[in-house]
Design a protein around this ligand. Structure first.
Ligand code: SF4
Ligand code: FES
Length: 207
């Protein structure tokens, strides 16, 4: 019978945790930091950016996995840094910097992993599709004022004007979650094009 307790090794440290914990959470519980861009403690894991890639070894097999979505296993061996892992993170950051040049969160990680922002041709879309805004609005605020539109290279986030005009002016809690400057710009563009800015005298607030 399963006791729900899991023992694993992360960077040569013995870690005890509960079944269902992710490798990212287990590492954090013993003070080991793994870089993340699309993860948020209050949201369901998403596994979009792959920056949290680590190496796991189980039953003699080694693989690279996204630690934010990978559940702990009995006797798993995890390595959070190695030449291969650092190279993967460097390449991910170089690709993301081509989409969101100058984004402070990316530049900071970029320095840590030696990413060259000139490695990939610039294709500034300024959104790295981490989904934090979309998921926060849906899961925490239950408002669904932001959604992904399209698939593939044209995938982007959109504010839904009918909902955003009612919900966003009093919230904006997603703004600080965005690792780039795109979210605020997209909101103010939607506001400018689709609905008038909300004034404090509307809806009777302040009365
Ligand atoms: S707008 Fe920002 S928070 Fe939303 S998906 Fe794009 S990068 Fe992520
Ligand atoms: S933090 Fe794990 S995939 Fe983004």
């Amino acid at each position: 019978m399963s006791t729900g307790k899991i023992s694993l090794t992360i960077d040569d440290r013995q870690v005890e945790t509960k079944e269902g914990t992710t490798v990212l959470e287990a590492a954090k519980s013993v003070g080991i930091t793994i870089p993340t861009l699309c993860n948020h403690e209050g949201l369901e894991p998403y596994g979009a950016c792959r920056l949290c890639t680590v190496e796991v070894e189980a039953q003699g097999r080694t693989s690279l996995v996204a630690s934010c979505v990978y559940p702990v296993e009995q006797n798993l061996i995890v390595r959070t840094r190695s030449e291969d892992i650092d190279e993967i993170r460097k390449t991910i950051l170089e690709m993301l910097l081509a989409h969101a040049p100058g984004a402070p969160a990316l530049e900071e990680y970029g320095k840590e992993y030696g990413a060259d922002p000139a490695s990939f041709e610039k294709e500034p879309s300024f959104c790295i599709l981490c989904g934090l805004c979309v998921r926060y609005c849906a899961e925490v605020k239950k408002a669904n004022a932001i959604a992904f539109a399209d698939q593939g290279p044209t995938r982007q986030i959109n504010f839904i004007p009918e909902i955003a005009s009612k919900e966003c002016w009093k919230c904006k809690e997603c703004f600080p979650l965005c690792p780039t400057s795109y979210l605020q710009a997209a909101y103010f563009l939607t506001e400018g094009l689709s609905f008038p800015p909300h004034s404090a005298s509307e809806d009777g607030e302040g009365e």
